[in-house]
Design a protein around this ligand. Sequence first.
Ligand SMILES: [Mg+2]
Length: 106
Amino acid sequence: MTLSDAQRRVDAWISQFEEGYFDPLTNMTRLAEEVGELAREVNHRFGQKTKKPGEAEGDMGMEMADILFVLICMANREGIDLEDSFARMMAKVEGRDAKRWTRKRE
Ligand SMILES: [Mg+2]
């Protein structure tokens, strides 16, 4: 699935409902919530704040997907093509950081 496919799938889902997309400030708050949920999982796995006894193991992938869903909602609402934005961002990183890191030997 490409980012464009994901944007179309989210739009098909949201477009079924009268409420439509949340406004930008609500989505920004939702994004912060979801980042917090991912942070909680990372902290439980790698940090010092371990889970309470009996607390179920979370799913980092699902938390990342929650973040992506909110980002896609924000992009769709603003008419942003994430496929294009991601390609431009990667081109920037690949140019800027081409000599920054130690290359693996072939
Ligand atoms: Mg979540």
